[in-house]
Design a protein. Structure first.
Length: 216
């Protein structure tokens, strides 16, 4: 299910619209990403900046991502992991997904405080279920250096994306400049279990103890 809206004023000009058309499309779909992904950490281009509209799901955010994504795909990567607009140091989100890092016994995801990251429903659901699984879930600013330090220390166990269409998508490689982090996703336990738990709730095989399901 995908809601969307667009302005419908009978006017050509640059101004806020006074009328909008709100619509919902419904279509069956398979997984957005069918295999573990290779991700390039973006250090030049910017998806969103504080004071902008990075927190919302609008066409402008996708438009700003097209060139960097095309260049990453040309280099053999599936998507980019965005960094902040000022220092290109702090991690934000991956292409069409929020991102999570399993570091030690914690699940870390970038904070929403600056207004540059979409507050996804799947992100919220993943945080709730990860807590059910016994993880401490931390929302904070996390830098690429923090991530590389955790990888060097051998405590960066899993990296995965969350999204409406992406569901839980595994990341098998992260590249920042010349530093490449490889992951053996076949040995992972957390992300596959998280995905299974969410699917079981969604498809009625497990009790919905959080009040997420609504009859339409």
């Amino acid at each position: 299910m995908r809601p969307f809206m667009f302005s419908s004023d009978p006017v050509i000009g640059v101004k806020p619209s006074e009328s909008y058309k709100f619509m919902i499309i419904l279509s069956p779909t398979g997984p957005y990403y069918t295999a573990p992904m290779k991700i390039y950490v973006e250090e030049k281009y910017t998806r969103a900046a504080p004071g902008g509209v990075g927190f919302s799901k609008n066409a402008g955010n996708y438009g700003a991502s097209m060139l960097a994504t095309a260049l990453a795909k040309k280099a053999g990567y599936d998507q980019v992991l965005w960094t902040d607009a000022f220092e290109h140091k702090y991690l934000q989100e991956v292409g069409t997904m929020n991102v999570f890092f399993i570091i030690g016994n914690t699940a870390v995801t970038p904070s929403l405080e600056e207004g540059t990251i979409l507050a996804g429903v799947t992100r919220d659901s993943a945080m709730t279920v990860l807590k059910d699984m016994g993880f401490e879930v931390i929302e904070k600013k996390i830098s690429i250096e923090d991530l590389m330090d955790a990888h060097r220390a051998g405590i960066l166990y899993e990296v995965f994306g969350t999204g409406t269409a992406a569901t839980i998508s595994l990341i098998k490689e992260l590249r920042y400049k010349d530093y490449v982090m490889h992951f053996d996703t076949d040995k992972w336990k957390t992300a596959p279990e998280l995905k299974q738990r969410l699917n079981d709730i969604r498809e009625g095989r497990a009790a919905d103890t959080h009040g997420w399901m609504y009859q339409v």
